[in-house]
Write a protein that binds this ligand. Structure first.
Ligand SMILES: [Zn+2]
Length: 318
């Protein structure tokens, strides 16, 4: 990891964390500014969007066509806008924002970067969690975290000795693997004391959460991620649900007919518009996840809406 990239990530992480103090109105006006610039850019620079959104330049977002995965794959080459030298710079910025958004998940979970960690990096384990984003690489680029990656194919029962030795303070994995590890801990084979267990990519039931918390007496932080889109939502320390990362995406939760659903009701689809991606713009990209908006706001005061129900749909290779 080169120094310039680290500085860039730190810059974007600080900027993202400042958004925690935004009002909802500030967030909405940021979204509409970024959305207008994204739509103009996409229609100008991507042959696909030029056709796909033809004659709809003045439509509200909700009236633009949904970009299904099949459509995205068929049009993949035309969607790309990345053809010039300046696009390489924008690619680096996108990579930094994506990395910063993953680091924000850690900050929301209470793992804020501190000076001491430069000398004593947080021991961390990633166990078979899905790829962090479109740029591959580790979950966090920060030298303040030292990661040990465990292969998804290894059963939890085989990991006890290695983990007892490593003693991770931070574990990132999927709900089913965390459950398997928690059972090893409750059986006495595994003896670790992680401060934070960060989950993603699978359904986290209240029962699974309870068993993991029982095993380690520690807080579980769920996150909603999608391949190619990075972190879409993550929990804060209040554990009232997952905050949608609405400063980076416009996230629509809709029914089977494409109409927005009310809080408290599960949608059938999630439509994601990524506000910062320019190399491969995604506008109303469809995920077949069932998601429910929370009816009540989070007491933490962040301006991002909460989801309190999440049933991940089938994942395709992206
Ligand atoms: Zn909150």
């Amino acid at each position: 990891m080169d120094f310039r990239a680290l500085v860039r990530i730190a810059h974007h992480r600080r900027a993202l964390l400042r958004h925690d103090r935004w009002t909802r109105e500030q967030l909405i006006s940021h979204q509409s500014r970024e959305l207008a610039s994204l739509r103009e850019f996409a229609c100008l620079k991507s042959a696909f969007y030029y056709r796909f959104h033809e004659g709809r330049a003045d439509c509200p977002l909700e009236e633009l066509p949904v970009l299904a995965r099949e459509e995205f794959e068929r049009g993949a080459l035309d969607i790309e806008t990345d053809r010039s030298a300046t696009a390489r710079v924008s690619h680096a910025v996108e990579a930094a924002v994506a990395a910063a958004s993953r680091e924000r998940v850690l900050a929301w979970a209470g793992l804020a970067p501190g000076f001491a960690q430069w000398f004593d990096p947080v021991r961390s384990t990633v166990y078979g969690a899905p790829a962090a984003g479109p740029y591959g690489g580790p979950y966090s680029a920060s030298p303040r975290m030292r990661f040990r990656h465990l292969d998804a194919a290894r059963p939890a029962a085989d990991l006890s000795r290695e983990l007892n030795d490593w003693q991770p303070a931070f574990i990132r994995t999927t709900a089913d693997r965390a459950l398997a590890l928690a059972r090893e801990q409750l059986d006495g084979a595994l003896r670790i004391t992680p401060a934070i267990v960060s989950l993603e990519g699978a359904l986290l039931t209240p029962e699974t959460r309870w068993i993991i918390e029982e095993a380690w007496g520690t807080a579980v932080f769920d996150a909603y991620t999608a391949d190619g889109l990075g972190v879409l939502a993550a929990e804060c320390a209040e554990h009232r649900g997952l905050h949608l990362c609405e400063d980076l995406n416009v996230i629509e939760i809709v029914d089977a007919e494409g109409h927005a659903v009310a809080p408290g009701v599960f949608g059938e689809r999630v439509l994601v518009t990524s506000l910062y991606r320019r190399a491969r713009p995604l506008i109303r990209y469809e995920l077949r996840d069932r998601v429910r908006l929370a009816a009540r706001a989070c007491p933490c005061g962040r301006p991002f809406r909460l989801i309190d129900g999440l049933e991940p749909g089938p994942r395709g290779a992206r």
